[in-house]
Design a binder for this molecule. Structure first.
Ligand SMILES: *Cc1c(COP(=O)(O)O)cnc(C)c1O
Length: 390
């Protein structure tokens, strides 16, 4: 396994780029090409025989994609990574690489809703069943694991932001011979490095903080060489959900400012969460950083949080009265966003689900952006005022 990077190596990897680009360019050129030609038959034959390793066709890989994958692998303290066209591409590709008909998956409850729908629709058709467990209940996880092929983790969880004991869960998976995967989109490698906690594969929706500017949909999975080789050779070429060169270029640009943005998001997210916790109309705030110490394994907190109002607040009126927080899904960009649970619960009532996410309709999710926490709090306070009473 790759060594954990020293602070200087880490900074160099993120911001600098010795030897990365031709002509000493500060920014890599975009290799917007579908294919790469060969100088001779001998070279082509040697490449196809696997005796030469070089770029062939951008569905398999491309220099911009490769550079992004290398950076993510090193940031996650592991050997290799594969880029995908979306976070869901990375999730479905990684899961499908390890399962066969009849297999069982154990998944922590409150996982990303479309991961849940993948398990409950597509994978059920291929006779793969999924059991959902409370990730905080290690006994329940241990009881569910015998015979399971995969342990699917997300921490902190979607909507409820429960920070799980990732090291303990990874240990349980290993003891039962299950491959462990974790969705690390919330914390990013800046605030959580699950491979160092014993997890096998780390997945990101790079559409969120890694891209950071709400201008790209992308995903990536990182892990030890043999696991990534399996995804790269048995899944990626056929699923075809490949990361595009320009999207990889945007993600590398996002990585340059990832640590700086995450620290700004952390401070703003905590400021808003603490003020919400002190507001008389707010009954509960879901944010893993409000205790006296951070949950084990987390090195910091991001700015996606949820909370509940008491029944005197009209949630649609609150959302409509917000000016800086825009109504929208997704998160991780520069801009602040709001989405009330009552909207997603209506989606859950559709044909693709029989899900109880355990998310009450009084819940509201915020992504705290980079506009400045004082201005954002003023916006929230004003909107609460507009949503109470006649
Ligand atoms: C958005 C999201 C995904 C899916 O990523 P896409 O890039 O939209 O496919 C996966 N996990 C979490 C936690 C997410 O928020």
């Amino acid at each position: 396994m790759t060594e954990i990077l020293s602070p200087i190596e880490r900074a160099g990897l993120i911001v600098a780029h010795d030897g990365e680009h031709p002509f000493d360019a500060v920014v890599p050129p975009i290799f917007q090409t579908s294919l790469f030609t060969f100088a001779s038959m001998a070279e082509m034959v040697a490449t196809y025989r696997g005796e030469r390793n070089r770029f062939v066709y951008s569905r398999t890989t491309n220099p911009n994609v490769r550079l992004f994958e290398d950076k993510i692998a090193k940031l996650e303290a592991t050997d290799d990574a594969v880029g995908f066209a979306s976070g869901m591409g990375a999730i479905s590709g990684s899961v499908m690489a390890f399962i066969e008909p009849g297999d069982k998956i154990v998944c922590v409850r409150h996982c990303y809703p479309d991961a849940y729908r993948l398990f409950e629709t597509l994978l059920r058709r291929f006779h793969v069943s999924t059991t959902y467990v409370d990730g905080n209940d290690l006994d329940a996880v241990a009881a569910a694991l015998p015979g399971a092929r995969l342990l699917y983790l997300e921490s902190p969880t979607s909507w409820t932001m429960e920070a799980l004991d990732v090291a303990a869960l990874a240990g349980l998976a290993r003891a039962h011979g299950a491959v462990s995967l974790i969705d690390n989109s919330w914390a990013t490698p800046v605030f959580q490095q699950p491979i160092t906690l014993g997890v096998d594969l780390v997945i990101h929706s790079a559409s969120k903080y890694i891209g950071g500017h709400s201008d790209v949909v992308a995903g990536v999975v990182a892990g030890r060489q043999e696991l990534i080789d399996r995804i790269r050779t048995t899944i990626s070429p056929y699923l075809g959900a490949k990361l595009a060169p320009f999207d990889a270029w945007l993600l590398i640009r996002g990585l340059r400012t990832l640590p700086a943005r995450m620290h700004a998001h952390e401070a703003a997210g905590l400021a808003v969460a603490r003020r919400l916790a002190g507001h008389p109309k707010v009954t509960k705030v879901y944010h893993p950083g409000l205790g006296n110490s951070l949950p084990s394994g987390l090195l910091g907190t991001s700015s996606l949080l949820s909370f509940e109002f008491d029944s005197s607040v009209d949630i649609p009126r609150f959302c409509d009265a917000l000016k800086l927080f825009k109504l929208g899904v997704s998160w991780g960009g520069h801009e602040s966003l709001v989405v009330p649970a009552l909207v997603t619960l209506q989606q859950n009532a559709g044909p693709n689900s029989a899900i109880d996410f355990g998310v009450p309709p009084t819940m509201v999710r915020l992504h705290v952006g980079l506009e400045g926490s004082d201005a954002l709090w003023t916006d929230i306070e004003h909107a609460i005022g507009a949503a109470v009473g006649g």
